[in-house]
Design a protein around this ligand. Structure first.
Ligand code: B12
Length: 220
């Protein structure tokens, strides 16, 4: 099979929740030296299609769970090869978490891995994180960047509350810490609503923004 055909096959089999086929194909692609980021991007695309099937009631919740499990295994398989390829020496600190009311964490896991590969120190607060917990961590150990993840609609309000709380209680003398929000449903409008500084729907875009922020801090 040619490259494009293989990618479409991977996407189709993940959408069909064919775990055995997907994992065998990913193993083969990694062994052949394929870029793990391309594999992950194709799987992300497949996850969006799974979400659409769920919306159209072609899949139940179990379908989302199964897709999530397969993606997690793909991530575990791709991690060593990603760590080998992505090397950077940024020295910034990022506080990361999925906001209150949301338990999606696959995307957050990818962001964390990508940031670590580029040399960032990441403190991951997990999922369904209340604004107060973000604030405690910001006060105790201020990061250079705050990254909030959210995939469901309730996340918009939680992101807004979190940002308001963190901004309202900044330590005197400390400038506002830049906040990036991310997730497949995030848009410019949500960014404005939440009061965030940046928004992304892609982990690597998030890494680039963090690099830019840290570079600015180091050169000021
Ligand atoms: C897998 C999945 C689940 C799994 C999650 C498993 C897990 N451990 O994460 C389970 C089954 C648990 C689940 C539960 C639910 N889900 Co769900 N789920 C999905 C699905 C199919 C894929 C999500 C995913 O992992 N994508 C792959 C990752 C890699 O992509 P990503 O998250 O977007 O992340 C990338 C970028 O966005 C970015 N990024 C993400 N976060 C951040 C943060 C920062 C700082 C940065 C820089 C970047 C960044 O980087 C990542 C890599 O590039 C989506 C479909 C979709 N369109 O997203 C629905 C989806 C998100 N789920 C949905 C729903 C409705 C639910 C439930 C409410 C279902 C229910 N009735 O219970 C619950 C939610 C419970 C809750 N309170 O959170 C809806 C949300 C609709 C909405 N707008 O509110 C979606 C869109 C499906 C749909 N089309 O209806 N879900």
């Amino acid at each position: 099979m040619a490259g494009e055909e293989i990618r479409q096959t991977l996407i189709a089999h993940l959408v069909d929740l064919d775990e055995t086929y997907v994992l065998k194909l990913v193993r083969r692609l990694l062994d052949e030296g394929q870029d793990p980021l391309t594999i992950i991007k194709d799987c992300e695309h497949a996850m969006r299609l799974v979400g659409e099937r769920y919306e159209k009631r072609e899949y139940y919740l179990s379908g989302l769970i199964m897709a999530g499990e397969i993606f997690r295994e793909v991530m575990t398989m791709s991690q060593p090869s990603m760590e080998q390829r992505l090397m950077g020496n940024a020295s910034g600190r990022v506080l990361l978490g999925t906001v209150q009311g949301d338990i999606h964490d696959i995307g957050k896991g990818i962001v964390e891995l990508a940031l670590r590969c580029y040399g960032f120190t990441v403190e991951d607060l997990g999922v369904d994180v209340p604004p107060q917990r973000f604030l405690e961590h910001v006060q105790n150990n201020p990061p250079d960047v705050i990254g909030l993840s959210g995939l469901v609609m309730v996340a918009y309000e939680s992101m807004r509350e979190t940002i308001q709380m963190v901004r309202g209680h900044s330590t005197p003398g400390q400038g506002a810490i830049p906040v990036i929000i991310g997730g497949s449903i995030i848009s410019e409008a949500i960014c404005r609503f939440a009061g965030a500084d940046f928004w992304v729907t892609d982990a690597m875009e998030g890494v680039r923004i963090c690099q830019h922020i840290v570079h600015k801090i180091n050169s000021s």
